[in-house]
Design a protein around this ligand. Structure first.
Ligand code: MTE
Ligand code: MO
Length: 442
């Protein structure tokens, strides 16, 4: 009997059962390879986080988040010169902190910018390197047994001739805030040691994925949609994972997903997936495949490393095969201030920051300047909006010198408030706890 997969949680449970029985296709990767990879990643789990503090440059390997460093890497490799990442745009140290193949936005550099993150300071998360793909030669190949007929190709011009949609949406890495599992909760986790800058908000313009799928002849038998990037294949621990790709349930694909060709009013830049990327509102960053080259539409459930061994929750409170694949982003707040900044005593300064949630608009932000004893409502500078962040501010006059901790705590319209502690998982995803932002009053 066919299963109705329109509901996300039922979809995930059904996929888990099929995966456990070995029936689902792993979309190009041998299932034993995945299990081997995960076993190796779990064994070497402590290496990455141990070698890299919040400002650590240790994650110099370009592997996916859960991949363990190979022999000769890890702590020893952190001392070696860090290879420049394969990112095209300039990465001045006042705007970015380079972490392996990735570049984290320095939150202090967002102070004074509007709701949109300028491209010159939008974070970059690359599994390998930014490829150069020209719009003129680019084709999107839509194929698979979930279509009524053979493959359908879309050129850049054909995509641009479809009705255009424009939305302001953030893209945030599932591992954003990961380093605080270690520095704040004392827990070892694998993956890039982001602080809070693996997020950016932009105005995306593009075609609806649903329009493309309908024109390609998607049928009612389709269950999964698998966009794949044109960047290099990812090799981790000697296992070739193939090109970056992560299945989306057809229900989400037909709902609000965009094939974006513009970012903040200009052509999509190379580092952010130009000429065309997927933008999946509210969902973790890995869903938003850059440099998309083809999309498989499948009547069978699909798997890739990015929805099996990666981007699920693993840990003591989770099933052995991990949680259901992660979908929505969580709730966070960040000050537009360097971690460890020096601030002069008795001088009033305007603390500014941003809060966001993948579940509902953020409508309340409280700030504490005394380590969490007393909380004050911050003033919001943006109307709460789904898929966006709110800027906020609060004046502060420090009265005593020495170390202090600034805290910001967001509440969204769904009733979620940032907790004091985030739920541990081995790969450090979905950190949502209130961050203690260290400053020194001088
Ligand atoms: N093809 C491809 N798409 C990709 C990635 C990648 O390495 N290759 N990284 C993903 C991850 S993990 C994130 S968080 C976002 C980051 O988007 P950005 O680099 O534009 O900020 O892109 C996603 N899409
Ligand atoms: Mo990510």
């Amino acid at each position: 009997m066919p299963v109705d997969l329109s509901d996300e949680s039922r979809y995930d449970r059904a996929r888990l059962r099929q995966w456990a029985r070995g029936r689902a296709r792993s979309a190009g990767v041998d299932r034993r390879d995945l299990l081997r990879l995960f076993a190796a990643g779990a064994a070497a789990g402590a290496l990455t986080a141990g070698a890299s503090g919040p400002a650590g440059a240790a994650s110099a390997h370009g592997a996916p988040d859960a991949a363990a460093p190979g022999p000769g890497s890890g702590p020893a490799r952190a001392a070696a010169p860090v290879a420049p990442p394969g990112i095209v745009k300039p990465l001045p140290p006042e705007l970015f902190t380079v972490r392996g193949t990735n570049a984290e936005t320095n939150f202090a550099a967002l102070r004074g910018t509007g709701p949109l993150t300028p491209v010159d300071r939008f974070f970059v998360r690359n599994h390998t390197t930014t490829p150069r793909v020209e719009a003129a030669g680019w084709r999107l190949n839509v194929w698979g047994d979930g279509l009524a007929a053979g493959p359908v190709e879309f050129s850049y011009d054909r995509l641009r001739s479809l009705p255009a949609v424009e939305r302001t949406l953030f893209i945030e890495c599932a591992g954003n805030g990961r380093s605080f599992y270690t520095t704040q909760q004392g827990q070892q986790v694998t993956g890039t040691a982001w602080t809070l800058g693996a997020i950016g908000s932009a105005r995306w313009r593009g075609a609806r994925l649903s329009d493309v799928l309908r024109r390609a002849g998607v049928t009612r038998a389709a269950v999964d949609v698998l966009p794949r990037g044109l960047d290099d294949e990812v090799v981790a621990n000697g296992v070739n994972l193939g090109r970056v790709r992560r299945p989306l349930p057809v229900s989400k694909a037909l709902d609000d997903v965009i094939l974006a060709y513009e970012m903040n009013g200009g052509p999509l830049p190379p580092d952010h997936g130009g000429p065309v990327r997927v933008v999946v509102p509210d969902w973790i960053g890995i869903s938003s495949i850059k440099w998309v080259g083809d999309i498989e539409v499948s009547a069978q459930p699909l798997y890739s490393p990015w929805n099996t061994d990666l981007y699920r929750l693993f840990g003591p409170d989770q099933p052995a095969e991990g949680s259901a694949p992660l979908t929505r982003q969580t709730l966070k707040s960040a000050f537009e201030l360097e971690l460890g900044a020096s601030v002069p005593v008795h001088r009033t300064r305007l603390l500014t920051g941003r809060s966001w949630s993948g579940a509902a608009p953020v409508h309340r932000v409280e700030v504490s300047t005394d380590g969490g004893a007393r909380w004050q409502r911050a003033r919001l500078h943006d109307a709460p909006r789904r898929g966006g962040w709110v800027r906020w501010s609060l004046p502060w006059t420090p009265r005593t010198t020495g170390a202090a901790a600034l805290l910001a705590r967001a509440t969204d319209a769904g009733g979620r408030t940032q907790p004091a502690t985030a739920a541990y998982n081995t790969q450090g995803y979905l950190f949502d706890a209130v961050v203690r932002h260290p400053v020194t009053v001088v």
